[in-house]
Write a protein that binds this ligand. Sequence first.
Ligand code: SF4
Ligand code: SF4
Length: 391
Amino acid sequence: MSEKYFVQPDLKFIDEITGLGAETLKKCFQCATCSVACPIAPENSPFPRKEMIAASWGLKDKLISNGDIWLCHECGDCSELCPRGARPGDVLSAVRYAAINEYAQPKILSDAVKDPKKLPFLIGIPAIWFAILAWITMAGGETMTKLFKNFGVEWSHGGHDVIAHANFVSTWFVDLTFVPLAGFVVIVFGLGLKNFINDIHKNAVLEGKTDKESIDPKGFLQAIVKVLPTILKHDKFNKCEANQDRATAHMMVLYSFIALFVVTNIFFVVLYIFHIPGPYSQLNPVKWLANIAGVALVIGSALMIKNRLDKKDQVSSYKDWYILGLVFALGATGLLTEMTRLAGAEYLSYFIYYLHLIAIFNLFAFLPFSKMAHLVYRVVAISYAEYGNRK
Ligand code: SF4
Ligand code: SF4
């Protein structure tokens, strides 16, 4: 006997996803063309038609905890073919962002990141913070040197005869800001993912999308290892047609972040373990990697912005522009900081570095709350689909 399901429409949820880019939602007349058109939907209970029905009824619980929304790569094939212009790809994107808001706590931060009126605060807080740190570094250098000597530690990591950004904002301050921030990001993601995995598993069991009764951590880890090459090669993305040009730009941004993560960690070790301060030679291979990653980040994010501007019919909401603008700003300020330093424009270089620090702070601190969090949720959902034999 089939289970009874009491429909409890959540009108606030419909309003929420409408504001996040799902304004075409009500045009759907449930023809199922989208589920047939989607090149990556599984045969058993395919998406996105069932999600369109759930969204138009405001069935928040059926959507937020639905792992399928993360299997969608926002390629837009279904939106191109939808005879009603309901743009199911954009609706799923809005639902995913609502899910990020649900799982990322504290709520005050997720609400701030999705509200354009709060942007001045999100920028203003790190702007004031780094201005204070720059002032202490530049005005209080001698006092800090004496203070650090008491602990037998070098205060300055910057040379005096070269332009070094550590002379503008001390490396200690930069790391004392970003290392605890990294811990905060890991904790927010960890708590969110714990609930997320439980929810998508319950949903999959309820809807008959898995043959697994419980989650075995070892099997789940094996599934992550198995799907990583597919994710890194963007195999699923490449199956799509309408937005295939986005795959290249997406890969450039993804690999840039991976490379910059590696570079940052190498320089961290070089500084604190081997006590070799920057700036490092342009002939250093790690520096090459950083420069190539910086250029790829700027080009990749610029291509993504161009793609959105060209596709006038595609819904692009604040959440999309916030993250695209931030990634571009991060790459551009990073490269300009380097170029102005090499050109000998000391104070201009410091100013651009200041903007760069604000961009890093924004991207990093608000990572679990912004659209960028899809990096983590999608990897987990795809791994769960592999683990649960979702075919
Ligand atoms: S979103 Fe479009 S293609 Fe999909 S079921 Fe609705 S009307 Fe049909
Ligand atoms: S946007 Fe692409 S991946 Fe997502 S449901 Fe539509 S066709 Fe499938």
